[in-house]
Design a protein around this ligand. Structure first.
Ligand code: ADP
Ligand code: MG
Length: 779
């Protein structure tokens, strides 16, 4: 038995997973695969690895635990190490990309799922491990899905090996942990776990009731609404931490700043500029009433849909009385929590809140299931999250803010019920919830391009990817597209589909194979530092702010929210400034958007730290994206450095500044971009052997018709009632207005254009024009 501090020993006993230790360990002893289900905060992540260690699993190989996020892997390792005390704590380590403290004595290793996938590539039997725990399986990340597919084969393999060579191999235990029963999918899938169905062990702990409060109306500006509700909630709610769910770092910083301003008036965090500071009634009167009600949530929901108005009214008639002592107000301690935050700052949310204060944690999805914040009694849920989206038709990947699933909403709500009865304030109405929230989030594999995954599987000798036991198989078209691209860039052999030498190399680069191919060519052609800058820019993406437009809605009526609608002169001068900036950025080449990108990255790299804001404003660049690009450049350089034999090879080591490329280098760079996007080439319609005519003479660059290699629109979608010229127009693609090509005159337009993706939108006339997001001209 491991000696633990009294405090920790007591806290452990409260956790459902520890209470069910016997049941869980028995299932693991008796089965090679076990599924453990328990609500978030029940102790799965922190306790199960310790239980495995105490039951002797660390003796013949490590206990490996995977996490979908780096944040969780690092912070949980440090927590578990702390719980195990000075003697055993040293046996716990973490490994994530760029950071590891694994040593000879490591017995419990927390890592990201990507790290374990790589290790399977090097040693399929995973002989270093005695047990593997896949955590947060309900999130259904691509890596988790692939790992479960792989492990469904590795477990029987280790069983066989342990029979053949019992000295060298022991059987491998697999534990799959999940906060929801979504994992039941795995059991239905006959291709996974063929012979014996794994048992599901429940660690259902005591969860206090959480009252859900839907908003009466759903505000579009949920960031503003969050500030409003949270500051009001802070003033009125009895003690207890507030956990706020937002979608990303930017929002969190905005809300943090506004809340601080709001509370700054008085360091009690009680005074607000618009509202009376002190109530003559107990400030939490309203909520006390509410808690006295029974916890039948249906009843609560109906009465609480009205709560906004009730609360406003309650305050309207109260005059501030400065003579009264402040009753019950708390100071606010605002703590951000998101993946990119340094881990020492993340750890602040686990520290006890100082006496007389209330912690307000502003978090992304990280707090939905990965991290449990102690002491939370109130959850404010914006109902949205930032998710990766993928359009299988065009192959475009983007991050979109959208409604979460009902399952996520319930996870978020559950965060309020660990310490005692809690409240969840939703910033959306129950009508929105019913109408727009899906039951579950789609598994990531169905909403992401999978060329990287397919290449990875193939390097692990899964030649026929269709037969891989995916927990949820990708669509046929997704697989076909991935294979086509990998063949095009030479990563797999066109005849037998096996991984080529190029493919073997690309697997080491942490970027999409298209970008990997560019890096490889950049290295071979001695333009690596430029290529890295370009790839970093393309990988971060969406760096340019579009040309300023007069704000009007679809009907041409000025937007009512836009009080300071500028007059035409101001707009004209902003447009002129924009035009000048574009001209400067296209000084190296006026026909390639990628060169504009490279120019922007190179110029930005030279700006002093304090001057980047002004620089980004002047050149219409997104400041945060640009600083991510500079970070990515560093990382890519260090990876490429590890891949080359000769460390002195030109351009491998990182230098912040980039000198202007020569004309020859510019041509090379444009060619290697085309090589990565070899399947995304468009040809001017009038240059085709049987020239396309739309019957219109283009007057602007954006009206010059191009044709893509593969059809950009399904024939069935062509409007047969249109004139032949209009039908040709529908089959054509046009340069997007944001491209520097759009600034040329029609006769200057290049014969060939390489594009990153296509998009389609209704025009004023109701016709669909397909726009290409140009990367470069060729030839
Ligand atoms: P699960 O994985 O089932 O969601 P965890 O093992 O992550 O649960 O957390 C169990 C409990 O341990 C939580 O209720 C939380 O309060 C506590 N806990 C987890 N990490 C920390 C930490 N770094 N500091 C203090 N308490 C923690
Ligand atoms: Mg967990």
């Amino acid at each position: 038995v491991i000696p633990r501090s009294e405090e920790i020993a007591a806290a452990r006993l409260e956790l459902p997973v520890v209470q069910e230790e016997q049941k869980i360990m028995e299932a693991i002893h008796n089965n090679s695969v076990t599924i453990v289900h328990g609500a978030t905060g029940s102790g799965k992540t922190t306790q199960l690895p310790q239980m495995l260690l105490e039951n002797g699993y660390g003796a013949d190989g490590m206990i490996g635990i995977t996490q979908p996020r780096r944040v969780a892997a690092v912070s949980v390792a440090s927590r578990v190490s702390h719980e195990l005390g000075t003697q055993y704590g040293k046996q716990v380590a973490h490994q994530v990309r760029y950071d590891s403290n694994v040593g000879f004595g490591t017995k419990i290793k927390f890592m990201t799922d990507g790290i374990l996938l790589r290790e399977i590539g090097q040693d399929f039997a995973l002989s270093k491990y005695s047990a593997i725990v896949i955590d947060e399986a309900h999130e259904r990340s691509v890596n988790t899905d692939i790992l479960i597919g792989m492990l469904s084969r590795i477990v029987p393999l280790r069983h066989d090996l342990s029979k053949e060579e019992p000295k060298k191999y022991k059987p491998l235990k697999l534990v799959i942990m999940s906060a929801t029963l979504r994992v039941a999918d795995f059991l239905m899938n006959a291709r996974l776990f063929k012979s014996v169905k794994p048992p599901i062990v429940q660690a259902e702990g005591r969860q206090f009731p959480v009252t859900e409060h839907f908003a009466r109306r759903t505000q579009r500006d949920y960031v503003e609404e969050t500030v409003r509700k949270v500051s009001r909630g802070h003033r009125k709610l009895p003690p207890g931490s507030i956990l706020v769910f937002l979608t990303g770092q930017d929002e969190i910083q905005t809300v943090a700043k506004k809340l601080k301003e709001e509370f700054a008036q008085s360091n009690t965090g009680f005074v607000n500029s618009r509202r009376p500071a002190i109530s003559s009634r107990p400030s939490n009167d309203y909520l006390e009433r509410e808690e006295g009600d029974n916890d039948d949530s249906d009843v609560e929901i109906t009465c609480l849909d009205d709560y906004d108005d009730a609360e406003d009214a309650e305050f309207d008639d109260v005059e501030p009385d400065p003579a009264l002592p402040r009753k019950g107000p708390l100071k606010a301690q605002i703590l951000p929590l998101y993946a990119a935050l340094p881990s020492d700052q993340q750890m602040r949310v686990f520290k006890p809140t100082p006496e007389g204060s209330r912690s307000i944690v502003l978090a992304t999805n990280v707090a939905e299931t990965s991290l449990t914040i102690p002491g939370v009694r109130y959850v404010f849920d914006c109902g949205r999250s930032k998710e990766k989206r993928y359009d299988t038709a065009t192959g475009v990947q983007e991050f979109k803010i959208d409604w979460i699933s009902k399952a996520s909403a319930s996870q978020r709500m559950g965060r309020a019920g660990r310490t005692g009865p809690g409240h969840c304030y939703r910033l959306y109405s129950s009508a929105i919830y019913e109408q727009y929230f899906e039951d579950h989030t789609l598994p990531e594999i169905l909403r992401t391009p999978i060329e990287g995954t397919v290449l990875q599987l193939k390097t692990m000798n899964v030649d026929n990817v269709v037969n891989f036991p995916f927990p949820t198989p990708p669509q046929g078209e997704q697989l076909a597209q991935a294979e086509r691209l990998l063949k095009n860039i030479g990563a797999i052999n066109p005849s037998d589909g096996k991984v080529t030498e190029v493919g073997q190399e690309l697997i080491h680069y942490p970027v999409n194979p298209r970008f990997g191919k560019m890096l490889l060519l950049g290295l071979r052609n001695n333009v690596l530092s430029y290529t890295i800058a370009l790839v970093a820019g393309l990988a971060v993406g969406d760096l340019f702010i579009p040309e300023p437009q007069a704000i009007s809605n679809r009907n041409g009526i000025a937007n009512e929210e836009d009080e300071d609608n500028e007059d035409q002169n101001a707009l004209d001068s902003r447009k002129q400034a924009y035009g000048r900036a574009q001209k400067t950025l296209s000084a190296w080449d006026d026909k390639a958007d990628v060169m504009k990108l490279l120019t922007a990255v190179a110029a930005h790299a030279q700006v002093e730290a304090g001057g980047t804001k002004a620089f980004c404003t002047e050149y219409s660049l997104r400041e945060k994206g640009m600083s991510e690009v500079q970070q990515q450049r560093r990382q890519l350089h260090s990876i490429m450095q590890n891949r080359v034999k000769d460390p002195n090879q030109a351009g491998v080591s990182f230098t912040s500044s980039l000198s202007p490329p020569s004309q020859k280098e510019i041509n090379l760079l444009k060619q290697l971009v085309a090589a990565g996007y070899i399947d995304h080439v468009a040809i001017r319609g009038d240059k085709l052997p049987n020239a396309v005519s739309t019957g219109r003479k283009p007057t602007r660059a954006g009206e010059v018709a191009y044709r893509t290699l593969l059809p950009s629109i399904a024939e069935v979608e062509i409007d047969r009632t249109a004139t032949p010229g209009e039908q040709e127009e529908q089959r054509s693609v046009y340069v997007h207005g944001g491209s520097i090509l759009a600034r040329l005159s029609p006769h200057e337009m290049p014969d060939y254009v390489v594009y990153s993706h296509l998009s389609r939108r209704e025009t004023a006339q109701g016709r669909n024009r397909t726009r290409m997001h140009a990367l470069t001209s060729i030839g």
